[in-house]
Write a new protein. Structure first.
Length: 194
């Protein structure tokens, strides 16, 4: 069958005056999807970015990632498993969708993927296990420090944010065909250009 990749993007945003006395009260979280296989002239248009889910950010704080993102993950798993029927003059058949990466800014990704949310943490990176001190001097990738499913599982079992950088098991690992450490996405605008 035909399978299209999906990019899932998350970010929180403030609807009211972010500088006012009530800043944060109207903060929303948005989950968007896009198809990176479209040509740039199509994928760069706002009409090619689809709002999948919108929620009050305080609800995620209150109920957690499993409750908040459960419906999103169920929908994405349905698209991966059952797909949708397409009937156009150009194509007729079933199309399935697989999540290629979950992307966003670092703070947003760390919060929804279950890692340390503050970048002053002992282990501030979701991709590697370098300490904050080591991150300040590391110039070349040290493959022995990369996170993988085995060392991640051990870190989850330890239940120690301070010694692992892992706050909770990642809810997104429930996505069919998704691997948190192979489907890594970074945001060049925040990681390089800021």
């Amino acid at each position: 069958g035909t399978v299209f990749p999906l990019l899932v993007y998350f970010d929180d945003f403030e609807c009211g005056n972010p500088m006012g006395s009530h800043a944060g009260i109207h903060k929303l979280g948005g989950v968007y999807v896009s198809l990176p296989c479209f040509p740039p002239r199509i994928s760069s248009q706002l009409s090619s970015v689809f709002l999948q889910y919108l929620f009050h950010s305080s609800d995620r704080t209150t109920f957690g990632n499993y409750v908040t993102f459960g419906p999103v993950i169920n929908q994405l798993n349905q698209l991966a498993g059952e797909g949708i029927e397409v009937d156009t003059p150009y194509f007729k058949g079933n199309v399935k969708f697989g999540v290629a990466a979950v992307v966003g800014d670092n703070l947003g990704l760390h919060s929804i993927l279950g890692f340390a949310e503050g970048f002053t943490a002992n282990y501030p990176c979701r991709i590697c296990k370098a300490t904050r001190e080591k991150c300040g001097s590391l110039l070349v990738e040290d493959e022995s420090l990369l996170r993988n499913n085995a060392n991640y599982s051990e870190d989850v079992k330890k239940e120690s944010l301070k010694t692992t950088g892992v706050r909770q098991k990642c809810v997104w690992m429930r996505l069919k065909g998704f691997d948190l450490f192979r489907n890594v996405g970074v945001d060049a605008m925040h990681d390089i250009h800021e």
